[in-house]
Design a protein around this ligand. Structure first.
Ligand SMILES: NC(=O)c1ccc[n+]([C@@H]2O[C@H](COP(=O)([O-])OP(=O)(O)OC[C@H]3O[C@@H](n4cnc5c(N)ncnc54)[C@H](O)[C@@H]3O)[C@@H](O)[C@H]2O)c1
Length: 416
């Protein structure tokens, strides 16, 4: 049993805490949000992750705002958020604040703790920013403490499953002893481990997410051409997917990608590349093609109804099925544009309406039937229950390929 501290009780921090607790370690979680701490201490997870509540209930996990409790930890994982700034770069304010606190602990504490960055940070951040803060304590990485970067690849809504059965664990190590320490901690999870240097580990995270984003923009571009040529892009993708150099996943043409990670990571690497004097043309195209897909759905809508003065139904608000997360969700951009252009909106989502209401208090959140009674309906998330609705007699613009929606009186798929 090891004493492990997790800094940041968000989706990543709680999943990491729960999985290390399940493996028999003693866990302390530190956060600055007192409301969140109270919620977790009442054994309710503030994030919807299957299996998390059960582990929180069964395990001895201490959740606190007191950084003093991190003292004497053998391993510390930094999992705070690194949100996007307006210019696309990431804000490092939280990770700096957390690092300063850990530096103070290093100064007064003993032992040889291993400090690992799990937050997503652009290549170079750990070496150029985090490490100097830690070493300003007077202690040296590789002599007094271990230092690694181990980016997290879990998917929202599948966090525990993904962490327990990870496709790979990437360990960026400051020195061999630090890497050995993290390998030792992680080998219980039985995933392939790749060891590398700090900035390569940081880049692997960005390159992986951006590759997925590029795959989506690629198939959307092919889909847009297919629609004009009368070809079914889903058949094309099926044919491509047999080739294991290509792979069948992330080839569902439609509205594009959203969520807390892909758009943020893409914008952050674009900003980092520009900062060091490189014009990342492909990455910029991946982003602008994604933004264009949202406008395309509105173009298709306008072929059938005038937007100003109409009531438009939005089916699906979350960025993907199975979550209440609306970060960078396509539905948000669609709703903002429709509002700007003078439409009234009625919206439905099985999980995300409470979050949507905070952004769009004027939007009527309603039942699927009410939404279907609008002048036209846009499907923005592929929830399974949307495939059981009655679309007969309706005008439907489908951004997500819901088979049943084809029964509509007027049916337009975005790329088909
Ligand atoms: N959400 C995902 O699916 C996912 C997947 C892989 C990687 N990531 C990355 O992991 C990091 C964390 O993501 P998340 O989704 O868990 O974020 P989150 O917003 O859900 O949680 C972050 C937590 O950190 C806390 N925090 C902020 N500053 C702090 C400080 N100084 N001390 C202690 N706690 C502090 C916040 O209060 C919050 O509870 C980000 O860099 C993100 O890009 C996220």
């Amino acid at each position: 049993m090891k004493r492990i501290s997790i800094i940041g009780a968000g989706r990543v921090g709680l999943v990491v805490a729960a999985c290390f607790a399940k493996m028999g370690n003693k866990i302390t979680v530190v956060d600055i949000d007192e409301d969140k701490i109270a919620e977790i201490n009442s054994r309710v997870s503030p994030v919807a992750e299957p299996g998390l509540d059960e582990i929180l209930n069964q395990s001895e996990i201490e959740v606190t705002s007191d950084y003093g409790k991190v003292m004497d930890s053998e391993a510390i994982f930094i999992c705070v958020n690194t949100p996007a700034k307006k210019d696309g770069s990431i804000s490092l304010e939280n990770i700096v604040a957390a690092t300063v606190q850990i530096g103070n602990i290093l100064k007064s504490g003993g032992g040889y703790p291993l400090i690992t960055i799990k937050s997503t940070v652009v290549p170079g951040t750990s070496e150029e920013l985090i490490l100097p803060i830690l070493e300003s304590s007077g202690k040296r990485a590789g002599q007094d403490f271990g230092f690694c970067v181990s980016p997290e690849f879990l998917r929202g809504g599948k966090g525990i499953e993904d962490f327990m059965n990870s496709a790979r664990i990437i360990i960026g190590e400051h020195d061999t002893k630090s890497g050995d320490m993290l390998c030792d901690l992680c080998q219980v999870f039985k995933a392939p481990i790749m060891r590398t240097d700090l900035r390569t580990a940081e880049m692997i995270k960005y390159a992986s997410n951006i590759f997925l984003a590029a795959k989506v923009s690629f198939i959307n571009e092919i889909g847009n051409i297919c629609k004009l040529l009368g070809i079914d892009v889903y058949e094309v993708a099926r044919g491509m997917g047999f080739d294991d150099r290509i792979g069948a996943k992330f080839l569902n043409a439609g509205l594009g990608f959203g969520g807390p990670c892909l758009p943020k990571d893409l914008k952050a690497l674009i900003a980092r590349a520009k900062e060091i004097g490189y014009e990342p043309r492909l990455l910029e195209q991946v982003l602008s093609l994604n933004e264009r897909q949202t406008l395309k759905v509105l173009e298709l809508l306008k072929r059938h109804i005038p937007v100003r003065g109409s009531t438009v139904g939005l089916l699906g608000l979350a960025f993907k099925p199975g979550t209440d997360d609306i970060s960078d969700s396509m539905a948000v951009t669609i709703a903002a544009t429709l509002t700007e252009e003078g439409a009234k909106i009625k919206a439905y989502d099985p999980l995300a309406m409470h979050n949507f209401k905070k952004l769009f208090p004027h939007v009527e959140c309603s039942t699927p039937e009410e939404v279907l009674s609008c002048d036209a309906v846009i499907i923005a998330t592929e929830w399974e229950e949307f495939n059981r609705l009655d679309y007969k007699g309706k005008i439907v613009i489908d951004g997500r390929r819901v088979p049943k929606a084809r029964e509509a009186r007027v049916y337009e798929g975005i790329c088909w």
